[in-house]
Ligand binder design. Sequence first.
Ligand code: GRF
Length: 206
Amino acid sequence: MRPPRIAIFASGKGSNAMALIQKAKVFSEGQVEISFVLSDKTDALVLEKAKNDGIRTYLVPKRSDKKSHEKEILGLVREHRIDWIFLAGYMRLLSADFLKTFSEWHNGASQVVNIHPSLLPAYPGVDSIARAYQDEVPLSGVSIHLVDEGMDTGLILAQESLVRNSQDSLEAWEARIHELEHRMYTGFLESLATFQRRTVYFQENP
Ligand code: GRF
């Protein structure tokens, strides 16, 4: 059986994407494959970092016509027979149509995941780390969830919490959250590579 093929969608500095790329190298060929990194942002650092690491990258610049933007992205996903999409700081919601098409290509399975730096459903959306910090929450954490068309609303697959130290600066707190994100997302990748989590492969004739 071929390895699960993964596409990472990211719009930012790409620390999660790069953690996934490094982790994939640990596995022997045939266990998991990061096929490409895609961004909708021209100046996204993640594109440069992934390219420097020998990973194929695609820039599909954001435009107001979401339908045609997603159509172009789905074309790439189909061309590479992608099995899983990992969102890692991708700052655009995927439409219900996009998710439905992708799911149909996998016999109805949901195989788009996202990582979010809070204990969902608390603090969905942007600036979650800073908002939770400002609210002085004693506990926050990281969630991995399936992606639906809402803002961080899909089924939660994994969650881990972190206790905030009262002396943590925002920067220190952020760093601890990101470290946890990298550990959890690479752990999720490992579960695919080691077949602990079942992949429904791209159906050739959906
Ligand atoms: C991460 O905190 C992720 O959870 C959120 O966006 C941030 C992306 O950071 N969705 P990076 O680009 O992976 O460093």
